[in-house]
Design a protein around this ligand. Structure first.
Ligand SMILES: Nc1ncnc2c1ncn2[C@@H]1O[C@H](COP(=O)(O)OP(=O)(O)OP(=O)(O)O)[C@@H](O)[C@H]1O
Ligand SMILES: Nc1nc2c(c(=O)[nH]1)N=C(CO)CN2
Length: 176
């Protein structure tokens, strides 16, 4: 059975776009993952630990035969493959892959929480996510992403559209 999931990617070291392309290529190369949609790239001011370079962030939609924990194993292996070194919480990184959503599942394991617990506070996640899937519904806000982003609830500052996705993979712009 195939499940729908959304992943957030970010990089803020050296050639940020190249790292993201490598990560998406690695997802595409995996036999149990199909990349369905890829957002544009956004340049974003660092959140949390602010004394570091700007990030490039993006979101991809996948379908996968992997269960959530297997998917986490794969995303963590890709982080290492693309070159992630040990870092500190919120610190700089070659590439970071977070699982945002997996179907409608709520998961509360030590090593995996889905929906990603901080996603609704992060414009650098919500803005690219809304680009590829504006109808996603936040049970916390009782609004769709589209509604949430046209309102005042989310501070959109510090997130700038940077460029279209130039790597391989489905680039599908939704009509909105
Ligand atoms: N939905 C999720 N996606 C990815 N990792 C998760 C998720 N939920 C929990 N984790 C756990 O988070 C751990 C730490 O992740 P990481 O070092 O990337 O944190 P971070 O990127 O600094 O902060 P943040 O999690 O706020 O983005 C991972 O080892 C993983 O087990
Ligand atoms: N703009 C931005 N800030 C961050 C990011 C990120 O991807 N983009 N990731 C972090 C740790 O996961 C901490 N802060």
């Amino acid at each position: 059975m195939r499940s729908n999931a959304f992943l957030a990617l970010g990089s803020n070291i050296s050639d940020r776009e190249a790292h993201l392309i490598k990560a998406v290529d690695a997802l595409r190369a995996h036999h149990a993952i199909q990349v369905k949609r890829v957002s544009s790239l956004y340049e974003t001011e660092p959140v949390g630990y602010i004394d570091q370079s700007a990030f490039i962030n993006m979101v991809v939609q996948i379908e996968t035969e992997l269960n959530p924990v297997e998917l986490l194993d794969v995303t963590q292996a890709i982080e290492v493959e693309v070159g992630r070194k040990q870092t500190f919480r919120n610190g700089p990184r070659i590439v970071d892959l977070d699982i945002l959503l997996y179907e409608q599942e709520n998961i509360e394991l030590n090593e995996l929480q889905i929906p990603h617990p901080r996603m609704w506070d992060r414009a650098f996640v919500l803005i690219p996510l809304a680009e590829i899937s504006p109808e996603i519904y936040s049970t916390r806000h009782r609004q769709t992403l589209r509604e949430l982003l046209t309102g005042e609830l989310i501070n959109k500052e510090g997130v700038e559209w940077w460029k279209e996705w130039n790597g391989a993979g489905a680039y599908v712009r939704t009509e909105n």
